[in-house]
Design a protein around this ligand. Structure first.
Ligand SMILES: [Zn+2]
Length: 88
């Protein structure tokens, strides 16, 4: 390291923090970016099939959890997007 860095403890601390952060979060950051890109792609395709979120919802199936609460799963006829609706 250069002398200016040693002369400034705060900067040294900050640089170490950035370096440590870069090592620990690099992989998860790449993964996050990948997921974000996929998410954006899905949104794009949805927008083409159902502009302005004008989905054509139809009841696809019913799901009951361990408490016996029924959840209706709605599916869009065009883009196959799913959403949950509580109650029947
Ligand atoms: Zn749709």
């Amino acid at each position: 390291m250069t002398t200016w860095c040693l002369e400034n403890p705060w900067l040294t601390f900050l640089l170490l923090l950035i370096a440590a952060d870069a090592v620990t979060t690099r992989f998860s950051w790449n993964r996050k970016k990948e997921l974000l890109q996929k998410d954006m792609r899905i949104r794009e395709l949805e927008e083409i099939l159902c502009p302005c979120e004008q989905h054509d919802w139809i009841a696809a199936r019913y799901e009951t959890d361990s408490d016996g609460k029924a959840t209706r799963i709605m599916m869009c006829r065009r883009c196959k997007k799913e959403k949950e609706t509580e109650g029947v």
